[in-house]
Design a protein around this ligand. Sequence first.
Ligand code: ZN
Ligand code: ZN
Ligand code: FE
Length: 748
Amino acid sequence: MPRLRIQVQGVVQGVGFRPFVYRLAHELGLGGWVQNRPEGLRIEVQGSGPGSEEFLHRLQAEAPSAAAIHSVTCEPLPEAADELGFQILPSENQGDRRPSIPADLALCPECRQEILDPGARRYRYPFTNCTACGPRYSIISALPYDRPRTAMAAFPLCPDCRAEFENPLDRRHHAQPVACPRCGPRLGYCGPAGGPGPEAEAALVAALNLLKGGGILAVKGLGGYQLLVDASSQAAVQRLRDRKGRAEKPFAVMFPDVECLETSCVVAPTDLTVLEGPAAPILLLPRREGSPVAAAVAPDNPDLGAFLPYTPLHRLLLGDFGGPLVYTSGNRSEEPMAIGNAEALARLGDIADGFLHHDRPVLRPLDDSVGRMEEGVLHLLRRARGFAPLPLPMTGPSVLALGGHMKSTVTLLVGGQAVVSQHLGDLDSPQGLALLERTVTDLLAFLEVTPQRLACDLHPDYGSTRVAEALARRLGLPLVRVQHHHAHVAAVMAEHGLQGPVLGLAWDGSGWGPDGTVWGGEALEVDDTGFRRVGHLCPFPLPGGEQAVREPRRSALGLCLAILGEPSPAAAAFSREELAVLCRSVERGINSPLCSSVGRLFDAVASLAGIRSGAGFEGQAAMALEFQARRGRGAGAYPFPLKEGQADPAPLLGALLDDLRRGEELSAMAFRFHAALANLALAFAEAAGHPQVVLSGGCFQNALLSKLCQERLALAGFRVFRPARFPANDGALSLGQAWAASRIPLEQ
Ligand code: ZN
Ligand code: ZN
Ligand code: FE
């Protein structure tokens, strides 16, 4: 057997791949070495007998669960004469490629077993981890990723842990956060007033008793504080809603194990792979009839955001509790999560009844990721823990993109990769803006780069735009303002490596249009040079502007005034005084911007169909319409003609009002509306004539709409590209901005 040189590419660094290779080579009696290199992992092996072949096979079959192998190439080499066993060579990091920042990894099966084993050294130790699992991004202060540059720097290893850390045959070899009850972080518990309290196992017991009594527990998790409460108690969940100021927005639920999860949700095998995988996100799953989960957890919602314990601490807490727990970020609505112990007491003291904390610092807030499986493919709705900040290959000059205003993220394009930050939340609060600025500083320091250009949205009032402007002045850098829907389409082109031209359908709530109107129902032709607006929804006025986001009835009124010239079908939702004021403001064009937004059209239709006149959170009316439509499949479609690039909603409105007069089923009307939009997507695609069609924007978080559009377009021969690893919503704007800004030639 000759010597082999093996090149492995993909997510293979910071996931325990080198120790795995070492152990495998050792077991098979092979000589050679393994090395981290800028382009991936390089291995050379040689040995007598069939060992090398088995090595090659098992390298792929038994790779660490957090690794994602994109390619393995192999070439024969002449045999080396004096091979001294197998070694892990020091990393080689040179050239333009930057090291990647590893993402946090969920508790692995081996560590899970270990904490439940009464004979093990780490029995019930809540900070157990190994090279295949544990905190990464949430504890790293600088690169390269080594213990002294993590939140574990303050915990010197005990001799037992050091022996494991240094032994290449141990699964904790070079596991930077390795710890045990003797040398690692410790749990503590206190009431809302703070002060000393029970520690370690006693702290867990105190927390458990609080939960069992229906109390609200703040837990310092992997990426910050979370609030937990008994999910089967309607009263406890309602108390959490009242104290948190969160009226109706669904909560996620953590289940102790798969068996318990299956009593509440319908779980497919592909769902399980993701739920139990290294990222362990929240998945939206269909809820079962008779689930023990209280109605207040996700009111009027047929789905449940569900997940499994992803740290040893959660595994112990949930296992002891023995049932599902509501699990939500430790914040007031729309503010970033608390991460420090003192900060948590100050900010959550009047929400939580008790605090389960520990002494390992959390260096940056990381929310839980949220996704949905569609045809076996994970579509992320929120990209954070477990996924951020893993890079996406992308070429171009270095760009720092500041993203949008809601669901904000930051992207740094450098050295052939785009690093997209975790979900940072909304930028309305000073804390939100501070987090955005800190994340920028963080990423620039991690990757040791000064970008060549900055990018932001066209909207002058986005918090991110103001931060970008200040940064551009300070660093003396050019600032590229990327139109909102252009960025939505570009993000999907970046994800799928598309060159263009493509037809991009960017449908969302709102984005700043260069013509001064609110865009959101756009058909854009996008390529390297920029975008061209080839079509859009006929504009209608939004009485009260931004206020319409939380009041779908305003969109209904604007649509009726624009099409029918009178408020009547939408009027019933208003008092006579309100109506008079709003009609006058539309007539005079005061605070009633024109919008071409599909999101607002969803609101208008939902409101007219009587689904709701108010919305507790953005998109609630549209979601309610989607849930109705799921039950109305096959009901046909409303007419939605396209005339010279403009989609005319007048025939649709007419048919909807006819249905309402006839007392048609809500589900049928909701489906006809969805199907009308899918037909419209096809009409846009046929008019544009590009074989590649991109679907993006917040409206495509709607799984039914996405599916109908995709089917319609694919049947007609178009290739359809949808966001999956990055969200369809504004969470991907920074990625799209980076892609677009890197391709624009700059006049010097
Ligand atoms: Zn592990
Ligand atoms: Zn130890
Ligand atoms: Fe958007």
